[in-house]
Write a protein that binds this ligand. Sequence first.
Ligand code: AMP
Ligand code: MG
Length: 404
Amino acid sequence: MLSVHEALALVREQALPLEPRRLALSDADGLVLAEDVASDVDSPPHDKAMMDGYAVVSGDSDPARDVIEEIAAGSFPRRRVLPGTAARIMTGAPVPEGADAVVPVEQTTEISGGRVRLDAKMVVARQHILSRGASIRAGDQIVRKCAVLRPIEIAILAEGGRSTLLTYPRPRVAVLSTGNELVPVDQRPGLGQLRNSNGPMLLAAAAGCQAETIDLGIARDDPGVLRERIEQGLAADVLILSGGVSAGKFDLVPQVLSGVGVRPIFHKIALRPGKPLWFGVRDGGNKRTLVFGLPGNPVSSFVGFELFIRPTIAAVAGRGFIGRPEISARIRHDYQHVGGRAAFLPARISTTNAETSPELPDLEILAWRGSADMATLARANALIELPVESIRIAAGTTVRAISI
Ligand code: AMP
Ligand code: MG
């Protein structure tokens, strides 16, 4: 059976970034930039006062100065400041010619005759002035290709004059839950039924990856119904199905996917929970859809999403094939891992304060009742990663986990 590592390599190979598109700056938060961007202006655009006060000549020893004008932010000085004079200036306003220092208003006293007194010995050249272009010069690269656009980048791009940008589009991720036993959340399950919890979980997880989500609801285990919904889902960049990929009589998903032209890449991996995971690709024209069939049991679905789909959405969005960060922790108890398959088991990591306790956090593997046990998963904040080999782990050993 395929190892998790091999399966990840196969998915990574197919998870190519989407074709970049031009977008309004206001729609770009969270996306990845697909071009280098330079500023078309200096920042600040002029020598800028950083305090409310008086613009003066720093070498001038005269404590009293004639106030020759008042410069507010948004206005431009008309008069040159000479020794013996000062211009009243507000934060952000352009420093007038001749002046080379700003004295904060708190360090001055107004005196009669439109004059101001200050302590000339305390004035240092360039004080409280940010020089033109000190932050950015026109033509400087301000944000590079592949940068994730946070509010910070949005601000600097706005300052640099970019109202539209070439970005990798937000991936569209469709979620379809399959199974005759499923009812929607707002219904009380009848005999043999249960509520669809994977659908809402996977939609929330995809939305958390900055994807645009498409809820395809619940499909019965019927080839015609499945086919119709899957075809709808193939309009997305990533289609996630839950259920119907195991070996049961009503596990129809793989054959229906093949029937609509989704090329199977793998089915079943040496993973616990999540062994029946199915992956394939549909290429239609210049449109590619990556299709994942997750096992229906909720913990398996969750693990499959974290290991395979989270990095896929990131890669398609131009961020690279990157999932949740791995962390090291110290296991608190002995553990016998049966092996045969790699395992990602619900675990709880104690929160540590890096300042007061620099050692690794403690990890406890939670006793769980199999891949339908969502209550235990809900108490977990990590998945411990265990190898294919059977191993005995002694308390105190450093282990690897992903935080969830
Ligand atoms: P399957 O992978 O289709 O064989 O489903 C295995 C089991 O997972 C089912 O018997 C259900 O108990 C459970 N299951 C399947 N789909 C869902 C779902 N969407 N939400 C919650 N549990 C599900
Ligand atoms: Mg099923």
